[in-house]
Design a protein around this ligand. Structure first.
Ligand code: OOG
Ligand code: MG
Length: 256
């Protein structure tokens, strides 16, 4: 366990790295952390953003696909939080100078329609019944760690590398368990299926409910949920990047 003071100090280090667009070495190297510590740092990091006037808009899951787990050498999902400061409109512009070494991932987003009770251990809660819409999405990840190298605890503390997200047109909730996905950037592309996301993104929602209960994440009406990448991430480069999820639609961002 690290002290409350250290939690604040590590959150400040990550916050400064993001704001000054300068990477930082792994925290875990110098400050061995438990997973509980890492989530405490993440919480303090979010509190700093909220303190500057950002509004929380939802949550994101990470490492829900085998490709991502293999790319990052980990084996358990992680959860981070999203704010309006990270949101880019579909077809909008993202300024690459805000990021250290950004990558982009093709994702599926869900919209929570009514508050989910995360305090009761009621195992019958059907999280999918609390969701009313689904959309193709892009996530911009930008680890604050040097060379994108981090331990599992490091990446949890760093709000799971969350840096930006773009949500395509919302559609009424439907079966999205095995839809072809294509990510196209100016200098790279990746293809896969939504089935890569825990054998179907609805399973990501179920895993999220479990994490929300264990880790105290709120799930409120209007929240966006990013279910996790369907392929490995590719570098985010100048020009247009799109994600198409067959049967669901397309979402894009222009980077300058
Ligand atoms: C952590 C974020 C992973 C996903 O969709 O799996 C993630 C990272 O790879 O830096 O967002
Ligand atoms: Mg992601």
């Amino acid at each position: 366990m690290i002290t409350e003071e250290t939690v604040d100090e590590l959150a400040a280090r990550l916050d400064d790295a993001q704001r000054s667009v300068a990477d930082t070495p792994s925290l875990a190297d110098t400050h061995p952390m438990t997973i509980d510590d890492a989530y405490a740092v993440q919480k303090a990091l979010l509190a700093r953003r909220i303190g500057r006037g950002e509004r929380r808009t939802g949550v994101k899951l990470g490492f829900t696909s085998k490709a991502k787990m293999e790319q990052m050498g980990v084996s358990e999902i992680i959860v981070g939080e999203l704010t309006d400061g990270m949101c880019v409109a579909d077809g909008g512009t993202a300024d690459l100078s805000r990021f250290i070494h950004p990558k982009v991932e093709p994702e599926v987003a869900f919209r929570i329609a009514r508050d989910v009770d995360v305090d009761s251990p009621d195992t019958d809660t059907d999280i999918t019944a609390c969701v009313d819409a689904v959309a193709p999405a892009l996530e911009i990840i930008d680890s604050r760690y040097r060379d994108f190298r981090f331990t599992y605890e490091d990446v949890v503390a760093d709000n799971t590398s969350a840096a930006g997200y773009v949500i395509g047109p919302w559609q009424p909730l439907r079966d999205v368990s095995d839809l072809p996905v294509r990510l196209r950037g100016e200098n790279g592309e990746a293809a896969g299926s939504t089935a890569a996301i825990l054998d179907g993104p609805l399973n990501a929602l179920r895993a999220l409910l479990d994490m929300a209960r264990r880790r105290g994440f709120a799930l409120r009406a209007g929240d966006v949920v990013l279910a996790g990448a369907a392929t490995a991430a590719i570098p985010l480069t100048p020009g247009v990047t799109t994600c198409e999820v067959a049967g669901l639609g397309q979402v894009g961002v222009r980077c300058v």
